[in-house]
Design a protein around this ligand. Structure first.
Ligand code: ZN
Length: 139
């Protein structure tokens, strides 16, 4: 496994376990017992016909990887109360900026409808944008 390939896989989920969303430490790849230690996990297990193609490989903490075995990815994610892999940085930033615009607009409409002074309207727009930014939920 090359460092480039490790980086690609790690960045796919922005350095978080794709099964439990725990933060991983890139330098502790494969170091069992180290903080944030991780493995490359086959989303579809090799035993079930999964490939070594990048779209089947995800970063997972060692505990999750061992627990998963040949089980289905969704089975483990459900156990951890998550439904999808963590977003990579590019996707997260994109959703954040979309949310900021949407949140700012909603704040503007609410305060304008209430007939607030211009400064209050601007403040509400900013608060809406901040809330949108802090909650990068996939739509
Ligand atoms: Zn995990």
């Amino acid at each position: 496994m090359t460092n480039d390939r490790l980086n690609l896989i790690y960045d796919k989920t922005h350095g978080y376990c794709h099964l439990c969303h725990k933060k991983l430490a890139f330098i502790n790849y494969g170091i069992y017992g180290a903080k944030g230690a991780w493995h490359i996990e086959h989303s579809k297990a090799k035993a079930n016909g999964g490939t070594d193609h990048l779209n089947n490989l995800y970063a997972a903490c060692i505990a999750c990887n061992l627990e998963k075995g040949v089980l289905h990815t969704m089975t483990i994610r459900r156990r951890n109360n998550v439904t999808s892999a963590p977003l990579n940085k590019v996707k997260k930033d994109k959703i954040r900026s979309n949310n900021s615009v949407g949140g700012g607009f909603i704040g503007f409409i609410i305060s304008a409808a209430l007939g607030g002074p211009p400064l209050a309207i601007a403040a509400c727009a900013l608060i809406g944008a901040k809330i949108g930014y802090d909650n990068p939920v996939k739509k």
